[in-house]
Design a protein around this ligand. Sequence first.
Ligand SMILES: [Zn+2]
Length: 412
Amino acid sequence: MRSDFDTELEQRLVRYCAVDTQSDPDSPTSPSTEIQYDLLRMLESELTEIGASDVRITDYGVVLATLPGTAEGPTIGMLAHVDTAPAYNATGVKPVVHRSYNGGDITFADAPELRLSPETSPYLGEKLGEDIITASGTTLLGADDKAGVAIIMTAARHLLANPDIPHGPIRIAFTPDEEIGRGVDPRLPKDFGADFAYTFDGSKPGEIEYESFSADGAVVRITGVAAHPGWAKGKLVNALHLAAKVIDTLPQQTLTPETTEGREGFIHVTDMRGSAAEAEIRFILRDFERDGLAAKGALLERVCAVVAAGEPQARIDCTIAPQYRNMRYWLEDDMTPVELARSACRELGLEPNSVAIRGGTDGSRLTEMGVPTPNVFTGMQEIHGPLEWVSVQDMALAVNMALNIAKAGAST
Ligand SMILES: [Zn+2]
């Protein structure tokens, strides 16, 4: 189904995706990469152009703006992230629009062997006649989350051009560094000033997510006993052997990302480095429930204690720190934001669908910090790789979702 928003969405997405905004987990700065300002500044001037109020970029790299209310209602926030994933090449993105998709394989000019096919991506098979946007084969597209940015910008432009549409105050935030888990600065909730909010960072139309993992990070530091290997007999205690033993003692046929799914949690070793003298292992711990997460931390600590007990001259320290929490813990106390999104979705003729996210969103941190923030669909598919695609018509559904949320806010 064609809509008035299609051309605008297509042009916005193509414009935003062409800007390289990849974030970098190894950078200590905030935002992690200076290039993210190229898009942040573009959005700042576009928001000013369409007549938004209070437009500014904070010194932690978030673009904020207000759509003043045309009616009474709570202040509703809408967010999307400007950065793209470090997981795949994001330099020199050349978006390609495949108009009126014919149901066959989509090929890529810069990677002749690459195919996007409804056989391997069944959802594509449902998109006959729609306009599909992909990259050109050597990069990701960045619809994650520039689809969200384009959707919010289009909805904002429409609301500002049509002041007869009743809605409460809307706050907009475009954030950096979501892909590296650093999108929510401690100052953001106060600067944002929303009663509740929505990230537009989900996938299939109908998706309204209000459950994420609860996440801890763990660092295990091992100090051995260094000695010249030629004269090490009875003296050397090799930290790398102990590090390997810690990993080997942890479950491998259960409780790992590659052996779990659905609502199961895991312990995932992400990094190991060091020398015979000292070693460090990093883990991420994930579960949907508090007790499940605590049990995984306790298991890791127990394994460290057992390995340490076998080698009294070594020292093994395990430090576990919280990363983010399942937003359901807060949302289940007040489901208003979720119910509002669900009724906005039903108005589109779509049955809302909520699955637990095996990851976190900016909304997980925001919810924990007092701004309940479920996640809403954008249409993006096959993200973080060269087959990433999005249907313009799915994005148009998400614009109407944003408009319905805005209108429903005015009547609550
Ligand atoms: Zn995203």
